[in-house]
Write a protein that binds this ligand. Structure first.
Ligand SMILES: Cc1cc2nc3c(=O)[nH]c(=O)nc-3n(C[C@H](O)[C@H](O)[C@H](O)COP(=O)(O)OP(=O)(O)OC[C@H]3O[C@@H](n4cnc5c(N)ncnc54)[C@H](O)[C@@H]3O)c2cc1C
Ligand code: SF4
Length: 492
């Protein structure tokens, strides 16, 4: 044997990272499952199940391909690797792994002497993104995205955007459709590995998520065949009628390596070529993959490890009980969204941004407590993606480094984009009184509390102008206090 290849749980692919060019005759494969992480109540059980079962399936695939695989369970990942390094039969072998996706693991694995190969699980090398960022006055995603389209030659003809525009966002903001036929999402029946993992974790094996490369490819195929065409128009909509609408559900597999973004893009473009997919859906989806996903990862490395500690709005409220228990609120939107997370560790982008993060923002919830909860709650959470999305996009704790204005909104937005409000005991149009929508009350209260902070932000001028015209501000301040107390007590 010439070396040990250590596989991280978010790099489960034989064509990329440290497995690229691996040879069963010369390379020994090492996985380490952390008992400390598995015990930690912070992690959603579905997330643990997905990560562990996917790793065990990948280990089994490698064994079937002729590799010798050491699958270890240890108290910590670092401890497990060290144990192997100290064994006499392996002591002379170098341990190689792919550059980790987080600051923490990069440091921890570097400290014990692991050799890194370049991380190619993204389409944009870190250095290339850093160069782009260093030439920008502000880090506008749209500018990065257009450069990506040209660099990767995606939906570009003679240097011009296919369909005549770079962005079809305006066509992609429809509310949920009425009496809509949603094609079903796949059900993934558990195999022996899944059942064993579920048993160890103490749950019934979930069927919403695949845990192997074969399963992940089927999810991609199903999205492209049945949902892609309608992805665009309803991408911002929220409904109690269907948990995923036309979203792809690909983030878990993209983030643990079972799928690579290049094959997702290739599948989408091949389908677009058939002429069956409207440009607004195709462009909207491509933007998520080559734009947002790559941008967020690039920003994570540019902004640095301390970025997570930002709290520019001095938000110090403790995490509200409704985030960890959907029964602790009467707000129909929040109880549905948190209920969906409890059920399957996933909701799409708009509930994450405009319900959960918006609520954390306007209640002044501590960004680090909120981040910690979000990281534990979602199946697709990873440090590189959660930190910028929460600290920058979600709760504007970074003084606008990533987003020029906060995504704060009242009940009117949720009412327009969902069917939650019709059966809610609160009224999105009211801002004071017992039946006022907590989002509406707290949205104005948030602007009121931070009017000085945003006074020079021209993108906030319309909102601040609206605030000046409120005649019932004294009553609103009183109601906002009641709402905040009610939320803390779990009875609003
Ligand atoms: C506060 C907040 C937290 C988030 N946390 C995560 C997270 O932990 N992990 C994660 O993968 N995504 C995260 N996102 C982005 C986005 O919500 C999810 O990627 C998406 O909902 C996953 O479902 P999907 O695969 O069906 O996505 P689709 O709607 O089908 O989009 C396709 C793909 O685009 C990519 N994408 C879209 N938006 C983003 C974005 N803002 N950042 C990174 N990738 C993006 C994802 O890979 C996704 O799979 C977060 C967004 C917000 C606002
Ligand atoms: S009225 Fe307010 S709290 Fe109720 S569902 Fe609508 S936005 Fe949510």
């Amino acid at each position: 044997m010439r070396r040990i290849i250590f596989i991280q749980f978010d790099q489960l692919n034989s064509g990329y990272g440290a497995m690229k060019g691996a040879d069963p005759k010369q390379d020994l494969i090492l996985f380490v499952e952390s008992a400390r992480a598995t015990r930690d109540p912070k992690w959603h059980k579905t997330r643990l199940y997905f990560l562990i079962s996917s790793a065990r399936h990948f280990a089994a695939d490698l064994e079937a391909a002729g590799f010798k695989v050491l699958y270890r369970r240890a108290e910590t990942v670092v401890g497990g690797i060290k144990e192997i390094m100290q064994k006499t039969e392996y002591a002379s072998l170098p341990v190689v792994t792919c550059e980790p996706s987080s600051f923490r693991l990069t440091k921890a694995l570097g400290n014990i002497g692991l050799e890194f190969v370049a991380n190619d699980f993204f389409l944009t090398p870190r250095e290339l993104f850093r160069n782009w960022a260093s030439n920008q006055k502000s880090y506008l995603m749209e500018n990065f995205y257009r450069a990506q389209r040209i660099r990767l030659n995606v939906l570009v003809e003679d240097g011009k955007p296919t369909g005549g525009a770079w962005n079809f966002d305006k066509e992609n903001r429809l509310p949920p459709p009425k009496n809509h036929d949603y094609p079903p999402y796949l059900e993934h029946l558990p195999d022996e590995i899944d059942l064993q993992v579920a048993k160890e974790i103490g749950i019934t094996a979930p069927t919403d998520w695949a845990t192997s490369r074969t399963g992940a490819l089927k999810v991609l195929e199903n999205f492209i065949a049945n949902h892609f065409g309608q992805f665009g128009p309803y991408e911002d909509a929220m409904t109690t009628e269907n948990w995923a609408l036309h979203h792809s559900l690909l983030s878990p597999y993209l983030n643990n390596g079972l799928l690579h973004p290049s094959e997702v893009i290739a599948a989408a473009l091949a389908k677009f070529e058939t002429g069956d997919i409207p440009i607004a859906s195709c462009e909207g989806f491509i933007r998520q993959i080559i734009g947002w996903r790559e941008y967020v990862n690039g920003m994570y490395w540019v902004l640095g490890d301390d970025y997570r500690n930002n709290n520019h709005l001095a938000a110090n409220r403790k995490l509200l009980p409704l985030f960890t228990d959907s029964s602790k609120t009467k707000m129909n939107c929040v109880s549905n969204v948190v209920g969906d997370i409890e059920a399957r560790a996933w909701v799409h982008h708009i509930p994450r941004l405009m319900v959960l993060s918006n609520l954390a923002l306007i209640t002044g919830t501590n960004p680090q407590e909120f981040l910690d909860w979000m990281q534990g709650a979602f199946i697709d959470a990873a440090d590189w993606v959660m930190v910028p999305n929460v600290i920058g996009m979600g709760v504007h704790a970074d003084n606008g480094l990533m987003m020029t204005k906060p995504y704060a909104a009242g009940g009117a937005y949720i009412s327009r984009m969902s069917n939650y409000c019709g059966s809610c005991q609160y009224n999105p149009k009211e801002r004071i009184g017992e039946t006022a929508c907590p989002f509406t009350t707290l949205y104005w209260d948030f602007l009121d509390r931070h009017r000085e902070t945003f006074a020079k932000n021209h993108r906030m001028s319309q909102q601040l102008f609206g605030l000046k015209r409120l005649k019932d501000l004294p009553e609103l301040r009183v109601r906002a206090k009641e709402v905040l107390t009610g939320l803390e007590e779990g009875n609003i």
